[in-house]
Design a protein around this ligand. Structure first.
Ligand code: SF4
Ligand code: SF4
Length: 111
């Protein structure tokens, strides 16, 4: 038995499953007070998890994000002209704008 087989056999299925879980990701959150309901975020979201819903805050409505379906791609954050969307990690901390830029460059193949 080689060292690879020993490692594979010594780990339970739960341990293997746990090791493959993705890193906790940030998801998009709207500050409705800043949202004008322009709909740009809903148009650009690749998973169509943003919709514009009626609101007393303005005539156009405001953005609503289904965070369960958000992949954390940052596109809505980058494209919102009113800086009304932020990326929030599960522990409540905010993703820094420099991280958006790095992720965008990676997606576009610049690094
Ligand atoms: S792009 Fe920004 S301002 Fe426009 S609907 Fe989305 S969150 Fe609101
Ligand atoms: S981060 Fe990406 S997937 Fe999530 S709501 Fe924004 S555009 Fe949609």
């Amino acid at each position: 038995m080689n060292s690879y087989e020993e490692t594979a056999e010594s780990r339970s299925p739960e341990e293997v499953k746990g090791a493959r879980q993705p890193r906790k990701k940030a998801t998009a959150v709207v500050t409705v007070d800043l949202c004008t309901g322009c709909g740009i975020c809903a148009t650009v979201c690749p998973t169509s998890c943003i919709s514009i819903v009626e609101s007393e805050l303005n005539f156009n409505g405001v953005s609503y994000i289904d965070r369960q379906r958000c992949t954390g791609c940052n596109i809505c954050v980058i494209d919102c002209p009113w800086f009304a969307i932020e990326m929030i990690y599960p522990d409540g901390t905010k993703k820094e704008p420099a991280e958006y830029e790095r992720q965008l460059q990676k997606q576009r193949g610049y690094r």
